[in-house]
Ligand binder design. Structure first.
Ligand code: URA
Length: 250
């Protein structure tokens, strides 16, 4: 049986992005909001967010208790729920997503762009992040030097990382060189773990430095090419299903 989600009407309207608390109260006072066919007179009335049919100006609102967003994270923005000083990925979304408990599933560095899932489903987030599930992540990287077959083999064998941030044996990773040059090269890499600066440190272990990094894919979920950096959309049910199933299968 569907769980009841009782809350104040004005809170629900705010969560659904219909306006600020003051604006939605004004809409209620103006008689624009109906609940189950009756004009609402009090923003403080209790409604069932799942079961009540709430309309604004005759338009029915849809309340989904779980939200999943695909964001093309731009450079220069922190992957965090909030930060006192710097802009975070949550600042790129309407406030209702934070109000509904959405959080970034995993982390991209401030200077990395690309696919980030933001979800209110903690279990899905955990599955995307948890190394136990080994969900593959594909990145495109530009580096400041040459790449060659020996690098492909070293990535595949599993690199030993030892740098100022610590020491670990990286799991085998799939490297595909797209363009190789003495000054600059480009490649795609698929990794199944997400340690601190993982991809940058793997390339550094091979003597080159990442100058641009973009995440293209998480498991079966590819970044929508229609999303420019900073743009986002809700994930389709099909995308959520594929990601959930893959996480389940892993
Ligand atoms: N690896 C990195 O080095 N940085 C990221 O943002 C993601 C993976």
């Amino acid at each position: 049986m569907a769980q009841k989600q009782r809350m104040r009407l004005d809170r629900l309207l705010c969560m659904l992005g219909e306006g600020t608390r003051t604006q939605v109260r004004e809409m209620v006072r103006a008689g624009l909001v109906t609940v189950d066919g009756q004009v609402a007179r009090d923003g403080g009335m209790q409604v069932d967010a799942q079961a009540s049919v709430v309309c604004v100006g005759g338009r029915a609102l849809s309340y989904k208790p779980v939200r999943h967003v695909m964001l093309n994270k731009p450079q220069g923005v922190l992957t965090a729920a909030r930060d006192g000083r710097q802009r975070t990925v949550m600042d790129l979304l309407p406030p209702m997503y934070a109000a509904m408990g959405c959080m970034p599933a995993g982390r991209l560095d401030k200077d990395t762009e690309g696919l980030l899932v933001i979800t209110s489903d903690g279990r899905l987030a955990h599955r995307i992040i948890s190394p136990r599930h080994e969900v593959g992540k594909v990145y495109w990287a530009r580096v400041d030097g040459p790449l060659e077959q020996a690098d492909v083999e070293a990535f595949a064998a599993g690199l030993h990382i030892c740098d100022g941030d610590g020491e670990f044996d990286a799991k085998p990773a799939h490297l595909v060189i797209e363009r190789a040059g003495s000054e600059e090269s480009e490649a795609r890499v698929r990794v199944t773990e997400g340690r601190y600066h993982q991809v940058k440190r793997m390339f550094a272990a091979r003597g080159v430095h990442v100058v641009a990094l973009r995440r293209l894919q998480i498991g079966a979920l590819a970044l929508d090419p229609a999303l420019a950096p900073g743009q986002w959309r809700e994930m389709t049910d099909e995308e959520v299903k594929r990601l959930t199933q893959e996480a389940d299968d892993a």
